[in-house]
Structures are given as structure tokens and as C-alpha cells.
Design a protein around this ligand. Structure first.
Ligand SMILES: *[C@@H]1O[C@H](CO)[C@@H](O)[C@H](O)[C@H]1NC(C)=O
Ligand SMILES: *[C@@H]1O[C@H](CO)[C@@H](O)[C@H](O)[C@H]1NC(C)=O
Ligand SMILES: *[C@@H]1O[C@H](CO)[C@@H](O)[C@H](O)[C@H]1NC(C)=O
Ligand SMILES: *[C@@H]1O[C@H](CO)[C@@H](O)[C@H](O)[C@H]1NC(C)=O
Ligand SMILES: *[C@@H]1O[C@H](CO)[C@@H](O)[C@H](O)[C@H]1NC(C)=O
Length: 441
């Protein structure tokens, strides 16, 4: 069977070489709204003297203690803030299946294309010298604002840091290991540096600086966590964005950074329908919503209520996720959806990779539209969000699948392919999610 359709999911690494200058010249700021901050204790700081007298670890601890100051600084930026809009492109610009945003980190800023993940909190990216990473890495030693985070801090606990090492060269640093994508893992050192999102700089942002990677699923230029938990963009930006952001993902076939991650209440759609956000204390990062049913054409698919019900104990229910490529329903729900879809489409049906309901494109016109029913909000999916075409163009497939048979098999995930050209608005302050059609190709 034709499998080139999945070429976009293959990882290929871009080879680039860069020259490093330990203390680059600080360029004058041409842009008045550029709020970059040079850390005064950084090794490239122009405020070089007097040097702090305490030990480095103490310095870092003192700095963590100044977090309240940092948060009040962030609040001071909120007044009459212009719209913050970070460009988004499909990951094919770096040969991955996910969506990436243009993000800058460090002083002077280094550009990274980081995967947007609404189900993760801690950001991480490959750092210079990383084993198993691609050649596009962040270089801490050329950033004057880079700092490591001590293993005795609350941030280290939040990032699930390993216990403090008692010997060795990384003494006092917060190291953590994380698995990702089912088959990959990395180890990283918790760090801080200035994170630039469009024209906003979030000073001293906590993230993992990856030192080694195993497996092929780690996004090559890192991941930006937009979840609801601690250490996510919303948490680390204090009141800067008032707990509000939205994104529009362009068509996954687009090559351009035409989508946007819009941070803060300014510039958000005025007329948009909302569904309540549900809170699961056991999975605090996730954006659960109440999916009450699915229609295929005019048929309300018969799905047992318990397959959709929110259940904080088992983790069951439905989340909206920007870090997964195709929507997955728990097996019995998916089978019912598939049957309703096949009933209204002309076969024969075949499989292609993860998709089991593929048919000749010549029958595409009769394919039924799908509607997702949420509490207070119905979304009729555009056809491009329901069907995916084989690269040869002869087959159309229902672009959804059954949840894999593992611990998450109780969770329904509304993923990227079903979110193209929609504006998804996360309003954590009012505990709701809005969805509206918006073409952002
Ligand atoms: C930065 O760190 C990397 C990896 O540790 C090293 O290879 C490189 O030489 C360093 N660059 C400078 C300018 O110190
Ligand atoms: C973390 O990962 C590193 C490198 O893969 C490994 O050597 C170390 O044992 C891991 N530590 C834990 C606690 O899993
Ligand atoms: C940054 O600010 C400048 C001028 O203040 C504006 O022209 C530009 O569009 C802004 N960039 C972004 C990405 O918002
Ligand atoms: C989800 O919606 C259904 C149907 O309206 C309702 O019975 C149920 O209580 C809702 N669940 C939550 C957790 O709000
Ligand atoms: C599919 O069609 C069959 C035969 O008409 C019917 O029995 C079944 O209920 C339909 N299933 C769905 C989910 O619509």
C-alpha cells in the first residue's frame, strides 16, 4: 500500500553549522517594544562589577526568591499591551508531523521552531553538545542571560527533577529525565533564560536544556508547553496574558508560518461559542472538555455515555490537544463512528497506515460531514478536517483512529488534523474553550 502519505511524519535532520562567540556584541535595540533583559549576573553582562560574593548556588536560590518581583514586572507589562501573535507553521518546515511556532530564546535571541503542545507544561529544547540531537540546538554559552536551576528549588520538583546529585560535575543542578511519544526519552538540565514570544520577552523562563536523546520522536527543535499546570507558558508569564491564549493551525499541507498563537485577551474573536473546561486534578496539564456526542451526516452516532463521560479517577473523557496529530476515540466509540461513516459512504474500504476507512476519492462528494457536540457548542468539521488523501491522490481516508490499547485508552483526543483552520481559544480565567472557523492558511 501507498505509504508515502506518511512522509511528513518522518524525522529528517537539517544540517547547519554556526560559529559561536561567547560574549556577542549586544546590538542596539531597533524595536522599542523589544523587552529583552540581560541578566546582570550573566557572564556577558555589561554590569560586570561588582561581582556577587556568594556562591553560585546561593545566587541562583536568591534569584528564585525574587520571583515575586519578576511576576510584578510581568504585570506591569499588561497595561495597554498590543496583540501578541506568534507565527505557527505545520512541522513539515522541519520534517515533523506536528505544528511549530517561531520562538526566540536567550540574549541575543536564538530562533527555534518549537512544537506547540497544549498537553505539556515544561518547555524543553536541545542544547549545544547534546548527544542524539539534530544540529539545530540552543547554545547556552552564547547567551548572557542563561542560568541553571538548582536541584533544591520548587521548579526542580515541578519538573520532576531527579534527587540532588551528591558527587560529580553536575552537583547542584536540576537534572530530569522524561519519556516522550511512547518510544523516546531525553535527559535535560533545568535552566532559565529569556523567552521571546513575538514582541514579548518573558524573563528567566524555566525550561529543560536537553543533553541527550534516545529514540526518534523528540521534536528536533524542542517543545513549548501550553498546558494548564505549573511551568507552562501561562504559569510562567504570571498575569501577562490573563490566562488566555488561542491558536489557529493552518492546513497541514501549508508551507508557511501563516497560523498564529495569540497570547492574552487582546485581539481574540468577539463572537465565538464556548464550552466549559473541565478540571482533572490527577492530570492538571490537560484541557478536558465535555464531548457529549458525535453526528455523522444526520445520524447521531450511538455511543455509550460512559465512553465519553469525564472521569477524573480513570482519566476518561475528551481533551483538546495540539501535540497529537490524529484524533483518537476509545475503541468502541471509534467503531461506532466508523460504522456510521461507512454506512453513508461508498466502499470498498481499505486501510492505509493508521487509517482503516479509506475509499476511492471518486466517492468523496457523498462522504458525510461530521459534527462534534460539546456542551454548549457544536462544531461541524470542514471536509479537510475529516478526510486525508493519499499522496498519489487516489484514496481518501477518514482521518481518525481508535485509541491505542494502553493506559490512555479511556481518553478521547481531539487532535491537529481536526483543528485546521479553526481558532481554538483557551480561556482558563473563565474556565472555557471557544472554537470558531478561521481560515489561516
Ligand atoms: C559552547 O559549548 C559547547 C558544548 O559544551 C562547546 O562545544 C563550545 O565550544 C562552546 N562554545 C563556546 C564559545 O564556549
Ligand atoms: C536518566 O537518563 C540518563 C541518560 O539516558 C541515564 O544515564 C540515567 O540513569 C537516567 N536516570 C534515571 C533516574 O532514570
Ligand atoms: C512587533 O512590534 C512592531 C512595532 O512595534 C510591529 O510592527 C510588529 O508587527 C510586532 N511583531 C509581532 C510579531 O507582533
Ligand atoms: C456533560 O454533558 C452531559 C450532557 O449534557 C451532562 O449530563 C454531564 O453532566 C456533563 N458532564 C460534565 C462533567 O459537565
Ligand atoms: C449502519 O447501517 C446498518 C444497516 O442499515 C444499521 O443496522 C446500523 O445501525 C448503522 N450503524 C450506524 C452507526 O449508523
Amino acid at each position: 500500500m501507498d505509504s508515502t502519505i506518511f512522509a511528513i511524519f518522518f524525522i529528517a535532520f537539517l544540517a547547519t553549522t554556526r560559529a559561536f562567540d561567547p560574549c556577542p556584541t549586544l546590538k542596539p535595540k531597533s524595536d522599542a517594544s523589544d523587552l529583552s533583559i540581560i541578566h546582570i549576573y550573566g557572564k556577558c553582562s555589561p554590569f560586570d562589577s561588582p561581582k556577587p560574593t556568594s556562591s553560585w548556588a546561593t545566587t541562583v536560590l536568591n534569584m528564585a526568591a525574587k520571583d515575586p518581583q519578576r511576576l510584578s514586572y510581568l504585570s506591569s507589562l499588561v497595561a495597554s499591551k498590543p496583540v501578541t501573535s506568534v507565527p505557527i507553521a505545520p512541522g513539515q518546515v522541519i520534517n515533523i508531523g506536528n505544528y511549530v511556532a517561531r520562538v526566540k530564546i536567550g540574549t541575543p535571541p536564538q530562533l527555534m521552531f518549537m512544537v506547540l503542545d497544549t498537553s505539556a507544561d515544561t518547555a524543553w529544547l536541545p542544547c549545544n553538545g547534546c548527544t542524539g540531537c539534530s544540529s539545530t540546538t540552543f547554545s547556552p554559552n552564547t547567551s548572557s542571560s542563561y542560568l541553571t536551576v538548582d536541584c533544591a528549588t520548587s521548579e526542580c520538583v515541578q519538573a520532576h527533577g531527579l534527587s540532588c546529585p551528591t558527587v560529580g560535575p553536575t552537583l547542584g543542578n536540576c537534572l530530569f529525565n522524561q519519556s516522550y511519544g511512547g518510544d523516546s526519552s531525553f535527559s535535560a538540565m533545568l535552566s532559565r533564560d529569556n523567552l521571546q514570544l513575538a514582541n514579548d520577552t518573558i524573563p528567566s523562563y524555566v525550561f529543560g536544556c536537553i543533553g541527550s536523546v534516545s529514540g526518534k520522536s523528540i521534536p528536533p527543535q524542542g517543545l513549548l508547553g501550553l498546558g494548564r499546570g505549573s511551568l507552562s507558558v501561562l504559569s510562567q508569564s504570571g498575569s501577562l496574558y490573563s490566562g488566555v491564549f488561542s491558536y489557529c493551525l493552518p492546513s497541514f499541507r501549508s508551507y508557511y508560518f501563516s497560523g498564529s498563537l495569540r497570547l492574552g485577551p487582546n485581539g481574540q474573536p468577539k463572537t465565538i461559542k464556548y464550552t466549559p473546561l473541565l478540571n482533572n486534578p490527577r492530570r492538571p496539564s490537560l484541557y478536558y472538555v465535555n464531548l457529549t456526542g458525535i453526528s455523522v451526516g444526520r445520524v447521531k452516532v450511538p455511543i455509550a455515555q460512559e465512553l465519553l463521560d469525564f472521569n477524573p479517577t480513570t482519566g476518561g473523557g475528551t481533551i483538546i490537544d495540539s501535540g497529537t496529530v490524529i484524533t483518537r476515540f476509545v475503541p468502541d466509540a471509534y467503531n461506532a463512528i466508523k460504522e456510521a461513516f461507512r454506512n453513508q459512504t461508498q466502499g470498498p474500504f481499505s486501510s492505509l497506515g493508521a487509517f482503516d476507512t479509506c475509499f476511492s476519492v471518486t466517492h468523496e462528494e457523498v462522504a458525510p460531514k461530521m459534527t462534534l457536540h460539546f456542551s454548549g457548542l457544536d462544531i461541524v468539521l470542514p471536509m479537510e478536517n475529516t478526510l486525508i488523501h493519499s499522496s498519489a491522490g487516489s484514496l481518501a481516508c477518514l482521518a481518525m483512529a481508535s485509541a491505542p490499547n494502553n493506559v490512555n485508552s479511556v481518553l478521547n483526543v481531539i487532535a491537529n488534523l481536526q483543528q485546521q483552520n479553526l481558532r481554538i481559544l483557551f480561556d482558563t480565567a473563565n474556565s472555557r474553550v471557544g472554537i470558531a472557523r478561521e481560515i489561516c492558511n
